[in-house]
Ligand binder design. Structure first.
Ligand code: ZN
Ligand code: ZN
Ligand code: FE
Length: 759
């Protein structure tokens, strides 16, 4: 007997081949009815016998297109209708289709096969279908149609149009559909010379140049990359020099998983992330002994990890067919601190001096997207940079967010807008102190407001008045503005991700953030909910001689700690790093501290890591963000359970910790053990502090956030220790624990305060 269901599906189900999938599934099973897009997702009317409908629902859940995300699926019985077959019907109000922007999707296997077999797509590097290809990076406006993308200048040929119009075709309504006859193409320029040829001819030249140690700028999905042979130390060093990037690790693209396994230890979770359609860079542990040819040591600058990723564009696959080696460096095409170059003119201006050749294509990139970066901790994916493949996927929240615009922080910045019960976060933007990055932030914000048809009603920014993001908030005069404390935003961001709307213990450890006492925080324990927080414990303040200068020169923070712990006697300590710094640099620092000149007081754990990295002579100057802490983590021994003493009273004191580190250095204890002992100390401090708070406040949920928790050793061990003590522990996964997650925290805090005010 026939029955009927009305099925409502919410989530990311538009622009990802969802309706054709439903159509094929239903027609194949003889189900009658229809499917259509709505402003919130997809509606289906399905009529068949009960078993078929149950199987249909099951198939939707388990076999949906890879890039689709189903948040909720509701099926309600419905009256039977007189429908002859199954069809896709057009949407009632397309102007409201605003939640449907899919991120860019790596090329799928079926398209890779087409690239071998279809005559009009033979080695065609822009092959795509409803399951794969560019999305966000080419969208100019909504509704998502070819005319509103940068594909608009490429009229479809007859054959592509046929596929586009045919409901059962894999390219049905695939907006970027293209082939050799009608789509975009690549071109290569070497110096001022433009080289013409088929893609294979161009790639033979590119491969040859790479093999000779040359640097190639290659236009990717979301911006230009710079590439060189990953086994050629000279080429990598040249790239560093020309890019003005001292030591920040470069990402490496490997031919495939077997090649990568010759160079790094890959867990199943890491492999899963690497192969996902989002194709992020995954931070993996290098092997001690690797396959030949070895990776250039300059890639990771002494860290024990490498940022690895797999081919995601058809071009990458074509290149590895010709290029004989297993890996290429593929780093973002920019001068350090500037945003990734996306326009061809800018590439000529900024990248020609760096690259020996430029491989470009004639389709415009509308939205920049850097490569995303993830790290697997506790067998779960944790985003460190959220961009290609992830943005602008909405994050589903438990509160209404309409009209809220969150400006984010300043470093690793990202803003967010509220829509329905979602947060739509921008892609990773970067350090707003660089003018071009700030302009990018401003432009992308304008674009998001337009794309998502968002009219700001409530603004929320960081408490820090000097952040460029906070200043940007002032450019929307007349709207109410909430200023949120930085570390409260960190914790709220993690709570938002996990749907927590209650009192929790928050542990926010990072580099810097302005506190309510005008001092710089970064080692904070708080009891908080989504609307407010109470700081219950923090690390002792220490002078940061020179402020931002000390962030770049961790030896300064080390001096501040030694001076504080040992008094002037620290001069007598025969520490190698003191010798390396020299008295002529140390004495002025002591004067600064004595007189309190340009010495902000900080409680930051990031800076404490810096200080220890300097005291053990591991990192005196920081050439990239968090270099000291990263180096410290990188060397930590795995089999050490010892730790240093510390004090928890009204505040947390680490004088004895610093003494312990110094003693060990003087005794000649191996740095790998000192690092492990220091990490273990931080873990003990967290566990002891959390357990004190848990008893006092009768709470059992702990929320960890802030850049310090990108540290795998720390995060995994804290989870283990706190769980053993009966606590429930939450970390950031979908948004970064660094300042890239601040906008989400601001957004949820504003949403919560707005609802409370209404009650
Ligand atoms: Zn495809
Ligand atoms: Zn075509
Ligand atoms: Fe922060």
């Amino acid at each position: 007997m026939e029955t009927a269901l009305n099925i409502h599906i919410k989530g990311v189900v538009q622009g990802v081949g969802f309706r054709p999938f439903i159509y094929r599934l239903a027609s194949g099973a003889g189900i009658k009815g229809w499917v259509k897009n709505t402003n919130e997702g997809v509606d289906i009317f399905a009529q068949a016998n009960r078993d078929e409908l149950n199987a249909f629902l099951h198939q939707i859940k388990v076999n949906h297109p890879v890039a689709a995300i189903i948040n909720t699926i509701h099926a309600m019985p419905s009256a039977l209708a007189d429908v002859p077959c199954f069809s896709i019907i057009s949407s009632e109000n397309r102007s409201l289709e605003v939640t449907g922007i899919s991120p860019d999707i790596a090329v799928c296997d079926a398209c890779l096969a087409d690239m071998e077999e279809q005559p009009n797509r033979k080695h065609y590097p822009f092959v795509n279908c409803t399951n794969c290809g560019p999305r966000f990076s080419i969208i100019r406006d909504l509704p998502y149609d070819r005319e509103t993308t940068s594909m608009s200048v490429f009229p479809m040929c007859k054959s592509c149009k046929g596929e586009y119009d045919h409901m059962l075709d894999r390219r049905f309504h695939a907006q970027p559909v293209a082939c050799l006859d009608c789509g975009p193409g690549y071109q290569l320029s070497i110096g001022k010379k433009l080289v013409d040829g088929t893609i294979d001819q161009l790639l033979i030249i590119v491969s040859d140049l790479l093999s000779k140690g040359k640097i190639i700028a290659m236009k990717g999905i979301g911006g230009y990359h710079l590439a060189c042979d990953a086994s050629n130390e000279k080429a990598v060093k040249t790239l560093r020099r020309r890019k003005k990037r001292d030591a920040k690790p470069f990402a490496v693209m490997f031919r495939d998983i077997p090649s990568l396994k010759g160079y790094a230890h890959i867990s199943d979770f890491e492999q899963h992330a690497l192969e996902s359609w989002r194709r992020p860079i995954v931070i993996v542990k290098k092997r001690g002994r690797t396959k030949e040819p070895a990776l250039s040591p300059s890639i990771s600058s002494g860290l024990n990890t490498v940022g690895a990723f797999l081919p995601s564009m058809p071009l990458h696959y074509l290149l590895f067919r010709i290029f004989p080696l297993p890996a290429i460096v593929l780093t973002s095409g920019n001068l350090s601190a500037n945003p990734i170059v996306k326009d061809d003119d800018a590439a000529r201006e900024q990248l020609v001096p760096i690259a020996d050749a430029v491989l470009s294509y004639n389709r415009e990139i509308i939205h920049r997207t850097d490569d995303s970066v993830v790290r697997i901790m506790n067998s779960k994916e944790h985003l460190i940079r959220r961009s290609r493949g992830y943005a602008p996927t909405p994050l589903h929240l438990s509160l209404k967010t309409d009209g809220i615009l969150a400006f984010g922080a300043e470093l690793s910045s990202c803003f967010g807008i509220g829509k329905g019960e979602n947060a739509i976060l921008s892609q990773y933007i970067g350090d707003l102190k660089t003018l071009d990055t700030y302009l990018y932030y401003e432009k992308e914000m304008t674009d998001f407001l337009h794309l998502f048809r968002m009219k700001p009603e409530l603004l929320v920014c960081d408490m820090h008045p000097d952040y460029f993001s906070s200043k940007q908030a002032l450019s929307f005069p007349g709207l109410p503005l909430i200023r949120v404390q930085h570390h409260h935003a960190h914790i709220a961001s993690c709570m938002a991700e996990h749907g927590l709307d209650e009192k929790v213990i928050g542990v926010a450890f990072d580099g810097t953030g302005l506190g309510t006492d005008e001092k710089i925080w970064g080692g904070e324990f708080m009891v908080c909910d989504l609307s407010d927080f109470k700081r219950i414990l923090h690390f002792d303040y220490i002078s940061l001689p020179g402020g931002d200068r000390a962030v770049e020169e961790p030896w300064r923070t080390a001096i501040a700690y030694l001076y504080h712990v040992f008094g002037r006697d620290f001069h007598q300590l025969p520490l190698p790093f003191l010798k390396a710094v020299g008295n002529n640099r140390i004495l002025p620092i002591l004067k600064m501290i004595d007189l309190g000149i340009n010495c902000p007081m900080v409680s930051s754990v990031g800076r404490l890591f810096d200080a220890v990295a300097a005291i053990i002579n591991l990192c005196l100057e920081s050439t990239f963000q968090a270099e000291g802490p990263m180096r410290l983590e990188s060397i930590a021994a795995n089999n050490c359970n010892n730790s240093y003493p510390f004090r928890i009273e009204k505040t947390i004191g680490v004088d004895e910790t610093i003494r312990g580190v110094v003693d060990d250095v003087l005794k000649g204890v191996d740095s790998t053990l000192i690092s492990a002992k220091f990490h273990n100390t931080i873990i003990s401090i967290i566990v002891d502090s959390v357990m004190l708070a848990a008893q006092k406040e009768k709470l059992n949920k702990v929320v960890l956030s802030g850049g310090v928790f990108q540290n795998k050793y720390l995060t995994e061990n804290i989870h283990m220790a706190l769980k053993r003590s009966g606590m429930k522990v939450y970390s950031q996964e979908k948004v970064p624990a660094n300042d890239g997650g601040i906008a989400l925290g601001q957004l949820i805090i504003a949403a919560k305060r707005r609802t409370s005010a209404c009650v």
